[in-house]
Design a binder for this molecule. Sequence first.
Ligand code: HEM
Length: 301
Amino acid sequence: MTVPQFGIFAQGTIAHSFVEFDLRPDVDMVAVAGSLRSLRQPAVSAGGVNLVVAFGSALWRALAPEHVPDGLAPFQPVAALGGHRAPASQHDLWLWINGSSRDVVFEHSRAAAAAIAEIAMVSAEQDAFVHRDSRDLTGFIDGTANPQMLDAPTTALVPDGQPGEGGSHLLAMRWIHDLAAFEKLPVAEQERVVGRTKARSVELEGDAKPPTSHIARVEISDEEGNELPIWRRSVPYGTLTEHGLYFVAFSADRPRFDRMLARMFGTDEDGRHDRLMDFSRPVGGAFYFAPSLTLLAELSR
Ligand code: HEM
């Protein structure tokens, strides 16, 4: 049986840290595999702290060429006609550490960075937190339409028998909100931007849900009309002067992300963009692959 990284699904922690690394020059893959050994223990989500490890396309291809899932490729910057942009901020390695308190997460993040310091240096880091009952800073609940826990693995993991089985494609994007502009809208208008009610997260029905609302843009389906979900784990971050959403989501395949992004940015054939983007802008985006725990263990042996 292929065991996934449990941290992808672990819930209930409020303190989060995302750290991205780039390989040091001239590091060989034997050294990379060796240093994974020191990350392996926390990677099983021990001591109330969860760690998820993921690799950029180039590093993963060099490390495990036989286990590259279909479609794995770096984030490409988007510059849509309407002026909406998404810059790329692709790095080699991505760690997500989360736990019950900031101090514990800080200690574990330091330990993880120290464990791989010989092969990689920190290129970007972001602290984040759970806001009230899992609300985005706009005040809307984020995660309502996430699959139920029983369906989460099918949504998030590459199916058995395919290269990279039990692993997960992941998209990480940092968005900066313009809360002042969003909060100028009456609540009913904010709800039309998102496509759900603010207090209870009830989906707007029929004509009440504009085709440019966020959920109308990101709901996609296959040829038989079955919805194609992703497993979202985004968390808010920020200070008084700069804040927003650290978007994180896992998927069994890559095209779901590409289709959702195209529909948000208006690069899809209907040319409409997601109205949420008038109030938030991405300042970084990267795709990674979070291999199964089974494969991580094999590589580090
Ligand atoms: C500023 C950035 C974003 C914010 C504030 C945001 C917020 C939200 C909120 C409030 C919901 C409704 C509640 C829920 O079902 O979770 C939602 C749903 C959703 N979002 Fe986002 N989101 C953002 C970016 C993205 C991106 C970049 C993607 C995909 C690449 C995405 C994919 C989805 C999906 C698939 C749903 C569920 C749609 C459904 O089936 O009802 N979101 N988001």
